[in-house]
Design a protein around this ligand. Sequence first.
Ligand SMILES: *Cc1c(COP(=O)(O)O)cnc(C)c1O
Length: 383
Amino acid sequence: MDNKLMLMIPGPTPVPEQVLLALAKHPIGHRSGEFSKIMAEVTQNLKWLHQTQNDVLIVTASGTGAMEAGIINFLSPGDRILVGCNGKFGDRWAEIGEAYGLNVEKVTAEWGQPLDPEQFREKLEADTQKQIKAVIITHSETSTGVLNDLETVNRHVKAHGEALIIVDAVTSLGAVNLPVDAWGLDVVASGSQKAYMIPPGLGFVAVSPKAWEAYKTAKLPRYYLDLGKYRKDAAKNTTPFTPPVNLIVALQAALQMMQAEGLESIFNRHQRLTSATRAAIKALNLPLFAADNAASPAITSVAPQQVEAEQVRAIMKKHFDIVLAGGQDHLKGKIFRIGHLGFVSDRDILTAIASLEAALRELGYEGSTPGAGVAAATRVFAQ
Ligand SMILES: *Cc1c(COP(=O)(O)O)cnc(C)c1O
């Protein structure tokens, strides 16, 4: 029997049935009144999701396109930027900056550890000439399952006064509180295949008034991802180029679902899924890769020692049709990652943990008593 595939990777994430049905509709014209109405609604709801009055613009690209747009619209060649690097996605921001000839200074931490906000404070305070034009932080570092302390780093950026704060919120927006206006975040990038619960293909960029000021003098080349074009057209409920209309209709359905659930409930659910997953992994005596106080709400990384991470993944897929993520770059084969982002319920976690226990048993793992993981997750859900 072809079993129901359970995607437990940090994107693409599972897509709810309402959204699949929205996707299946015949495309409509993107210059029609009907489509403008949808654009007006999703633009409003994106602001709600970002807790902002700022522009939230939609581009046809994966999350990396939103990241690139976040750099090329606001900076100029040679600009000095600080980039937090403690995983694959932090490194990607540094690579994009280097590709565009920026003066990239990395603030690093070992993969699996959170960035140290003090290192940002020191560099920002030492910059009395105000040469640092932007600080870039990956809020939830998907490659390791670490949540960086954006709030504290941002406070240091605000004390500096000049630098923009640019945030990769791809696996934190819609999973953990990210009040864009309350914190004064200048540029916030995200992508559709994560907490938005729709397939890959859309990137989102929230832009503050301060970032629009920087836009006026920014000199990096831009055309397709020139956010000024998107802003001008968004005001008329349209887009500069042909958007993937079906994805926009799917976005409308997904945002309606999110509104019905409410932001508080969405954040609480992700916290509960994270706590239950981590409690289960601990009860199975498997090492967690990220510490409790730096745990991503989207993904839990596990670094097994007595069994091979890749074998765990292979058995989970073969016997249970559950897809877990592996490690990236030097973590390949060292960790496996359990995604719990977006359209994920308590039941999904119980299913995944029970299946994980069975897979461990098949691999001859004897580090825990049968049922210990499920029991631990159940206790969290019962609270
Ligand atoms: C998924 C992801 C991205 C974007 O990756 P794409 O493959 O381009 O969509 C960026 N940052 C983080 C932290 C991510 O998890």
